[in-house]
Ligand binder design. Sequence first.
Ligand SMILES: [Zn+2]
Length: 77
Amino acid sequence: MLSCKELVAHSSDLLDGRLSLRQRLAVRAHLAMCLRCRRFIKQMRLSQAVLRQLPQAPIAELDALAAKLAELRRQQR
Ligand SMILES: [Zn+2]
């Protein structure tokens, strides 16, 4: 049986789908019994999903932000 520490060590491989079938089963068995690790994996999945969306954030938003900052600076003069 995996320990929580081992599960955490495997977690990024798990989310990237890089575990062997045997490792996946061991992880799944652990998750079935361990609420804390279930929460941990859920958090990892969530932050991974957020990270994946970041590069898709339009550059236009950065431009708009820069323009706003420039405008603020003008108003301060
Ligand atoms: Zn655990």
